[in-house]
Design a protein around this ligand. Sequence first.
Ligand SMILES: Nc1ncnc2c1ncn2[C@@H]1O[C@H](COP(=O)(O)OP(=O)(O)OP(=O)(O)O)[C@@H](O)[C@H]1O
Length: 272
Amino acid sequence: MGMNEPVPGLAAGAVEGPWYHPTGNEVALFEQCHARGLAVMLKGPTGCGKTRFVEHMAWKLGRPLITVPCHDDLAASDLIGRFLIQHDGTVWQDGPLTRAVREGAICYLDEVVEARQDTVVVLHALTDHRRILPIDKTGEVLQAAPGFQLVISYNPGYQRMLKDLKPSTRQRFVAMDLDFPPPELEARIVQHESGVDQAAANGLVSLAERIRQLRDRGLAEVPSTRLLIAAGTLMASGIPLREACYAAIVSPLSDESSMVDALRDLVDATFV
Ligand SMILES: Nc1ncnc2c1ncn2[C@@H]1O[C@H](COP(=O)(O)OP(=O)(O)OP(=O)(O)O)[C@@H](O)[C@H]1O
């Protein structure tokens, strides 16, 4: 989701909110962190439900949500704001973090480990008792409005050797581990999100279980709940089961022919 875009499902499903099925005690834990102004770090593999969880919690807590996808070019000014040159001078424009601080929104920094270290450091004064955001360029020091909460996501397996969060940053967050849900629950999620029938959802999850065992045998990324939902969506729209799995699970996971063959064999064994 891009910066500043509305939360999907919020307008359409405002009564029910973005659907999220808890996998443990994460809802109560998040609520307590929110009430006490504690920043949260969501740890977990790609596509396991971190973003959906934040969307759900923002809705549940009645706070606006401002999402920022992080990347290695993300500068502090992309978060805080900058002066824009106009015909009659310059005007200051708040960045997404500053807006969240002023509005008392939940600010979600997706894949924060991608951001430059000097960018991450601007978060520090917001994550302790001060709850302030100094804006050097305007000389302002903003006090975070009630309801402001910082949430970051972090995929511990991804690029582990290359990038990591500094301990001084990590220790400013309450960490919550979100992993793929247990099989029965993951099947329910796949069924709900894709509209596929129960038998096919169970099949997709047992396929995922088998493929996830290949993690240490040459498969860099294992299939996420998101991939299973994509395959289920194709199935529900009439694409034959195996074809849907080849397109939505096997091909996105690997380009290497021996691995692709092994994955296809697993698909064929699951959906005989
Ligand atoms: N517990 C859950 N309840 C409801 N839906 C879920 C749950 N877990 C996963 N999903 C589904 O999986 C999809 C992918 O999850 P999401 O986009 O939240 O992953 P993510 O962990 O934020 O991934 P990334 O790290 O790639 O951003 C969601 O759109 C949702 O359909």
